[in-house]
Write a protein that binds this ligand. Structure first.
Ligand SMILES: [Zn+2]
Length: 140
């Protein structure tokens, strides 16, 4: 099996030879399964024909430097009018054709200043601004 671009594979040139030595990607799961979906071409409501899977790269834990993968299960539909298959809409998770989630892209496109503040918010998770100034000395 040939690894796809962006897939997490061990790189022996980095000095790590065992897969176990790499930080394991965090896995998340999303589901976009529908019975019927409108055809993107003609708008006809089409029944589910099967299921597909897609792996998206999401923002992982920034502090622990772990990649995060989002496994998306989605329904595939067949339009008998257009004689074509199409998948359920995943555009709320990622733009069509992209392997990155909207959140990753918005971070990547953000100006550096706002990027840093977003990273700070994500990694801290709590409002800052406490513990300034008053240091009590326990001496005696
Ligand atoms: Zn159609």
């Amino acid at each position: 099996m040939k690894p796809r671009p962006g897939e997490y594979v061990p790189d022996s040139t980095e000095g790590i030879t065992r897969v176990e030595d790499l930080p394991k990607p965090l896995l998340g799961k999303r589901s976009r399964r529908h019975r019927r979906r409108p055809c993107p071409c003609c708008g006809r409501s089409c029944y589910r024909d099967g299921l597909g899977h897609r792996t998206l790269h999401a923002l992982g834990c920034l502090l622990r430097d772990r990649p995060r993968l989002l496994l998306v299960a989605y329904s595939r539909h067949y339009c008998p009018s257009c004689k074509r298959y199409f998948g359920a809409d995943l555009s709320d998770l990622a733009p069509p054709g992209s392997h990155y989630t909207q959140r990753v892209i918005s971070l990547a496109n953000a100006p550096v200043g706002s990027l840093m503040s977003q990273l700070k918010t994500l990694s801290e998770g709590a409002p800052a601004g406490e513990g300034e100034g008053q240091g009590e000395a326990a001496g005696g």
